[in-house]
Design a binder for this molecule. Structure first.
Ligand SMILES: *Cc1c(COP(=O)(O)O)cnc(C)c1O
Length: 407
C-alpha cells in the first residue's frame, strides 16, 4: 500500500492512544534492530524502544527463533485447567529472578496492576481485615489505563476530575522528592489509616507520570513502613524491570523484595503483549480463589519469546550495555542543560524537562530530521533506547533530542 493510502484508512477508521478518533500517524513498513523503516523510505532509530519494550532491538534472531519454533507447535490454548511448558518454564524463572514464588500471567501491564490490586484486597479480606479497601500511593505515578490502575495514577495527570464518582478513591501522598529524602517517609507513614490495604508505587523511576527519579532509600523506607503496619507493598516494575534503571529490578537495587510485583513491557523484549503479577506465599495462601482469568492468559507464544528474552538478559551483557547508554546519554544530553528546566539520566533513561509544554508535532518532526523517533509529552523530551545501541547510535539519538529541544 502507498503510505498516503495507509494514512487515509488509518485516519478514517483507526483510533490511536490518548487521541480523538481521527488522527494522522506515521506508517511503519518494517523494523530491523534498533531501526524503524518508515513506509516513505526513511529509516530512523526507535529511541523509545517502542514504549520501553524492545530492549534487545526489534527482530532479535534469538526471539524470532523462539517464536518460530513455538508457533509451529502451538500458538495458544486456554489456561483454565490446562498448562504448558513455555508458561511453567517462564514462571519458574521469573519467580527465581524476582524472589516471589507465585506468578499470575496476564495480557497487559494495566491488567497486571488490576490483578495486583485484587490480590491486595482479597488478601486483606483473607486475613480478616475487611475494612482495608484502599490503596496508598504517591503523586506523579502512572500504573495503566484500566479503572483500578487509573485510580492510583496521579490525580491531576490522570485526570481524576474527569472520572469523579466512578473511580475508587485512594490515598495520595505528595510526589516523592527528587533530591533530599528529608522527613518525607514520616509524612507518608502518617497517611496510613485503618482503611489502607497496601502501598503501590513505581520504584526509583516514575515513568509516564513525569519521568521523575527518586532515592532508592525511599523504596526501602516504604518497605519498612508496610512491614510496620502489616500491609502489603506492591511494586509496579512494568517500566523499571529487566535492567532499564541499571539494576535488573529497581526494588532489588533498593535492597528490598515487595509482597507483590508487576512486570510487563520489556518482558517479551517488545515482541508481543504479556505481563505478570508475582506474589509471596503468604499472599497466595490467604486468597481462596483469585477472581481473574484473561482469555489469552499465559499465551504460549508470548511465554516462549519471554523465555528467550530472559536468556539474553541472563547472558549478562545488558549491564555493560546499559552503562554504555547511560554514559552516552550523559555526554549527549548534559550540554542541553542551559536550554532546559532539567536534564536527568538514570540507566538507559534520558530526560530533558523543558520549562513549557512542548509542541509534539514540531519536536517529533525535528528529531525525525536527525533520523530519530521520539514521542515527547507534556514538558518532557525523553529517550529510552534499546540496550543494543552503540556509542554512535547514542550520539545520533542525542542529536535528535537536541533538535527536538531547539524546535
Ligand atoms: C506502561 C505501564 C503500565 C501499563 O501497561 P500497559 O501494558 O500499557 O497496560 C503500568 N505501569 C507502569 C509503571 C507502566 O509504565
Amino acid at each position: 500500500m502507498h503510505p498516503a493510502a495507509i494514512q487515509a484508512l488509518d485516519h478514517a477508521h483507526v483510533w490511536h492512544p490518548y487521541a480523538p478518533a481521527r488522527t494522522t500517524n506515521l506508517p511503519v513498513a518494517a523494523t530491523d534492530g534498533i531501526h524503524l523503516q518508515l513506509s516513505d523510505g526513511r529509516r530512523v532509530i526507535d529511541a523509545m524502544s517502542s514504549w520501553w519494550a524492545t530492549i534487545h532491538g526489534h527482530g532479535h534472531p534469538a526471539l524470532v527463533a523462539a517464536a518460530t519454533e513455538q508457533i509451529g507447535r502451538m500458538s495458544h490454548v486456554m489456561f483454565g485447567g490446562l498448562t504448558h511448558e513455555p508458561a511453567v518454564r517462564l514462571a519458574a524463572r521469573l519467580a527465581d529472578m524476582v524472589g516471589l514464588p507465585h506468578v499470575f500471567f496476564s495480557d497487559s501491564g494495566s491488567v497486571a496492576v488490576e490483578v495486583a490490586v485484587k490480590m491486595a484486597l482479597q488478601y486483606s479480606r483473607g486475613i480478616g481485615h475487611t475494612e482495608r479497601t484502599r490503596l496508598l500511593t504517591w503523586r506523579s505515578g502512572y500504573h495503566g489505563d484500566t479503572f483500578a490502575a487509573m485510580s492510583v495514577c496521579d490525580p491531576d495527570g490522570g485526570m481524576h476530575a474527569l472520572w469523579a464518582g466512578t473511580l475508587a478513591e485512594q490515598v495520595f501522598a505528595p510526589a516523592p522528592p527528587v533530591g533530599e529524602v528529608g522527613d518525607y517517609l514520616h509524612r507518608f507513614e502518617m497517611l496510613i489509616d485503618a482503611t489502607v490495604a497496601a502501598v503501590i508505587v513505581e520504584p526509583v523511576v516514575q515513568g509516564a507520570g513525569g519521568m521523575r527519579f527518586h532515592d532508592p532509600a525511599l523504596v526501602a523506607g516504604v518497605r519498612e513502613i508496610c512491614d510496620r503496619h502489616g500491609i502489603l507493598f506492591i511494586a509496579d516494575e512494568i517500566a523499571t524491570g529487566f535492567g532499564r534503571t541499571g539494576e535488573l529490578f529497581a526494588t532489588h537495587g533498593a535492597g528490598v523484595t515487595p509482597d507483590i510485583m508487576c512486570v510487563g513491557k520489556a518482558l517479551t523484549g517488545g515482541f508481543m503483549s504479556l505481563a505478570a503479577t508475582l506474589c509471596t506465599a503468604e499472599v497466595a495462601q490467604a486468597i481462596p480463589t483469585l477472581m481473574h482469568g484473561p482469555t489469552f492468559m499465559a499465551n504460549p507464544l508470548a511465554c516462549a519469546v519471554a523465555g528467550a528474552s530472559l536468556d539474553l538478559l541472563e547472558a549478562g551483557t545488558w549491564r555493560a550495555d546499559v552503562a554504555r547508554i547511560e554514559a552516552g546519554l550523559r555526554r549527549g544530553l548534559e550540554p542541553l542543560r542551559d536550554q532546559a528546566a532539567d536534564v536527568r539520566v538514570l540507566g538507559a533513561i534520558g530526560v530533558v524537562e523543558m520549562a513549557e509544554q512542548v509542541d509534539m508535532v514540531a519536536t517529533t518532526q525535528a528529531a525525525l530530521e536527525e533520523g530519530v523517533w521520539l514521542r515527547p509529552f507534556g514538558r518532557l523530551i525523553y529517550t529510552m533506547p534499546p540496550y543494543t545501541c552503540t556509542e554512535a547510535d547514542m550520539a545520533q539519538i542525542c542529536r535528535g533530542v537536541a533538535a527536538a529541544v531547539r524546535a
